[in-house]
Design a protein around this ligand. Structure first.
Ligand SMILES: NC(=O)c1ccc[n+]([C@@H]2O[C@H](COP(=O)([O-])OP(=O)(O)OC[C@H]3O[C@@H](n4cnc5c(N)ncnc54)[C@H](OP(=O)(O)O)[C@@H]3O)[C@@H](O)[C@H]2O)c1
Length: 251
């Protein structure tokens, strides 16, 4: 199994893409910590992911946009004896509104969770990576790391930041045998996109705009994350893989 004996931390692991990554990493033998704000949903997800009842999935409630919450969460992981080998920064939100009326609080919230949360978790894992002499970081970026859409300016800025932060980690920590890469999901059928899927016009727009002619599935993103987390990617760092059915390749 690809992640046998490894410990992975997956933020946003309670549903959607993060949950699919947790399920695949579990199937590949990893010991897993999952993070999200809603403790009840997180606990339920942990129970459901641990299909073999091996006590390999540990829910750690955490708001990655809050330093206090992140500090508390890592104190719990450390008290549990957890030493992370693979960090997947997947927690993310998208709050919409026209740029001209965008409240500062909305801008700040999206940046805090999507970008600063990624920074805080990355920094927290550094000590553990050094202890192990190796580390893998897989950031979940977005099509919006490369191209923009109107009314989601904080999201676009945050995901552009995630892309460049991935490269910054890669070049600064390559000497420590730490690799940082990012996955760019295209339009993936998750709860975040439920309103878009339910809007017949937008749904058709996505199908027409995606060369593959369909929405992607969370498990399809998970396989790219698994590749970056694997030993086979030990000499790959600072790279992005789009799992988008061809959107970024098309004019
Ligand atoms: N779906 C897509 O088409 C798509 C495309 C490109 C990129 N992405 C990115 O992929 C990631 C996952 O998206 P998704 O579609 O799977 O979204 P989702 O279904 O809404 O799941 C988001 C996950 O993140 C957690 N989360 C949100 N805010 C958090 C916070 N402050 N602290 C800790 N956990 C938090 C949520 O749990 P709680 O709400 O309980 O905290 C949940 O587990 C995001 O970074 C998103 O930007 C998604």
């Amino acid at each position: 199994m690809i992640l046998e004996g490894k410990t992975a931390l997956i933020s946003g692991g309670s549903r959607g893409i993060g949950r699919a990554i947790a399920e695949l990493f579990y199937a590949e033998g990893a010991n897993i910590y999952i993070m999200a704000r809603n403790a009840e949903q997180l606990g339920k997800a942990a129970e459901e992911i641990d299909t073999k009842h091996e006590d390999r999935v540990h829910p750690i409630p955490c708001d990655v946009g809050s330093k206090t919450s992140v500090d508390e969460a890592f104190a719990r992981i450390e008290a549990d004896g957890g030493v992370i080998d693979v960090l997947v920064n997947c927690a993310g939100v998208n709050l919409r509104g026209p740029l001209e009326d965008m409240p500062l609080e909305t801008w700040q919230k999206v940046l805090d969770i999507n970008l600063t949360g990624t920074f805080m978790l990355t920094q927290k894992c550094f000590k553990m990576f050094r202890q192990k002499g190796a580390g893998k970081i897989v950031n979940i970026a977005s099509l919006m790391s490369e191209i923009a859409r109107p009314t989601i300016s904080p999201y676009v800025a945050s995901k552009g930041g995630v892309k460049m932060f991935t490269k910054a980690i890669a070049i600064e920590w390559a000497k420590y045998n730490i690799q940082a890469n990012a996955v760019i999901p295209g339009y993936i059928a998750t709860e975040m996109n439920t309103p878009l899927i339910q809007d017949p016009k937008f749904n058709q727009f996505i199908i027409d705009r995606t060369p593959a002619g369909r929405w992607g599935q969370p498990s399809e993103v998970a396989h790219a994350a698994l590749f970056f987390a694997s030993k086979g990617a030990d000499f790959i760092t600072g790279q992005l893989i789009a799992v988008d059915g061809g959107i970024l390749a098309a004019l």
